[in-house]
Design a protein around this ligand. Structure first.
Ligand SMILES: Cc1cc2nc3c(=O)[nH]c(=O)nc-3n(C[C@H](O)[C@H](O)[C@H](O)COP(=O)(O)OP(=O)(O)OC[C@H]3O[C@@H](n4cnc5c(N)ncnc54)[C@H](O)[C@@H]3O)c2cc1C
Length: 407
């Protein structure tokens, strides 16, 4: 006989999006229960870039100081041509940037961010956390919704927030649009001691090497002690019909081949990339809705994107903040709150999804595309923030909802 118990609002998935949502709701007085399928709340051993739009939210959630304890504040972002090493454009993350966006640009270790969110959940009595609960189904009834786990456990609740990532069970229930889309992009990543990095001793920066069907991102993390790298190639061996999860494409050999003709700093860095695991990259086109009845989505479950704007987690944090505000607005029915959440968040997150794809096409471009890209970028001064302004400055949808637009 299946066990059925009643639960407060359920958040499926305890990644960055799910735990941030738990903090956002509980800090406003709403009780939540997080179901995570993994036996522990954990992130992979890699870095993450956090832009000002995310930092303003971590501040609102009260976790900024803890999350950034070992973070690095790079002085600048540098885009380089991976073939000849030329600097194509720089962005200065100094005083003017920080004054413009009320926050710096930081790079940190994923597990430091997740630990900060987890600590905030654990210290709030309105949050309960459960591991090893693999959600396999949702049943929306007239007055409540049932969450079904693989082990037979069933929870009856008023609202389900699907923060269960790229292959979301909740999304399958809400949108039902099948598996996410792979276009043959694959990433290798990991951290090494900073002493092994070619840039050891230089001021901290985020460096983005771009070339035909490849890019390599590098930055220090953990107080500058570790060097994080993400190397991406667009595989020639991938085509329609290939299983995206098979190891037949985007192999380490293909990675080496693609990097072999590039600047020697790129080649030597690529040799440090971890070959044990690779990440096939996926996204989806934007969808018309994130909500069905008493189930809504956020983070990668709602708007999975290629990571080429370094915004997937930043957007999940924006979702968490706005959903928390909408659901705790006094006197507003849940259905109206969810509609408001979507109205604020869906257009912006969709725009980021679409632009992440376009940016991939531009940075991986060759021939005329690369010539035009380089010519346009070379006109930008380091304190010209026009390219990123729409992402980092948006306060209506990423920060507080202005009083004037509240009900
Ligand atoms: C190579 C790479 C580099 C990136 N770099 C950046 C960056 O610099 N900056 C940035 O902002 N973003 C970056 N991203 C994107 C970012 O990692 C994701 O957008 C973000 O982690 C999404 O968070 P999430 O909580 O929505 O989903 P996830 O992190 O996927 O979390 C989902 C959670 O739900 C759990 N779960 C899944 N299914 C179930 C189930 N059925 N039942 C219970 N639990 C379940 C999972 O175990 C997991 O804990 C990068 C992504 C990649 C691949």
């Amino acid at each position: 006989m299946a066990r059925e118990s009643s639960a407060p609002t359920i958040i499926v998935g305890g990644g960055i999006g799910g735990l941030a949502t738990a903090v956002s709701l509980a800090s406003r007085g709403r009780r939540v229960h997080v179901l995570e399928r993994a036996p522990a709340f954990e992130e992979i051993g890699a870095g993450i870039q956090l832009a000002p739009n995310a930092l303003r939210i971590l501040d609102e959630l009260g976790v900024l100081d803890t999350a950034l304890r070992d973070a690095v504040r790079p002085e600048r972002g540098v885009l380089r041509d991976a073939q000849n090493g030329d600097v194509l454009v720089e962005i200065d993350f100094g005083e003017q940037f920080q004054e413009t966006y009320d926050a710096p640009y930081v790079v940190t270790h994923r597990s430091d961010l997740l630990s900060a969110l987890l600590a905030a959940c654990e210290s709030n009595e309105l949050v309960t956390l459960e591991n090893s609960r693999h959600v396999i189904g949702i049943q929306d009834r007239d007055d409540d919704v049932v969450v079904v786990c693989e082990d037979g456990t069933r929870y009856v609740t008023d609202l389900v927030i699907g923060a269960d990532g790229l292959r979301s069970v909740c999304r399958e229930y809400v949108v039902g649009d099948g598996p996410p889309v792979c276009r043959g992009d694959v990433a290798y990543r990991g951290t090494v001691p900073i002493a092994l990095a070619h840039s050891a001793g230089e001021p901290p920066s985020v460096t983005w090497w771009v070339g035909p069907n490849m890019h390599l991102i590098q930055y220090p993390v953990r107080g500058g002690g570790l060097f994080n790298q993400v190397g991406v190639i667009v595989s020639d061996a991938y085509h329609e019909g290939v299983d995206p999860e098979s190891q037949t494409w985007g192999t380490p050999e293909e990675l080496d081949e693609r990097f072999s003709q590039l600047d020697k700093r790129v080649r030597s860095s690529a040799a440090l990339l971890n070959r044990d695991r690779r990440w096939a990259l996926f996204d989806r086109p934007p969808t018309a809705t994130w909500t069905r009845g008493r189930v809504t989505l956020l983070g990668d479950a709602a708007h999975p994107m290629l990571q080429y704007l370094a915004q997937g987690a930043c957007q999940a944090l924006e979702d968490a903040h706005i959903l928390g505000q909408c659901l705790t607005e006094p006197g507003v029915a849940t259905a109206d709150a969810l509609a408001r959440y979507e109205q604020i968040r869906l257009p912006r997150a969709s725009q980021v999804q679409l632009w992440a794809r376009r940016v991939g096409d531009i940075v991986h471009g060759d021939g005329v595309i690369a010539i035009l890209r380089n010519a346009l970028l070379s006109q930008l001064a380091p304190n010209d923030f026009r390219l990123v302004d729409w992402l980092y400055a948006d306060r209506q949808t990423s920060g507080l909802i202005p009083e004037s637009s509240r009900r």
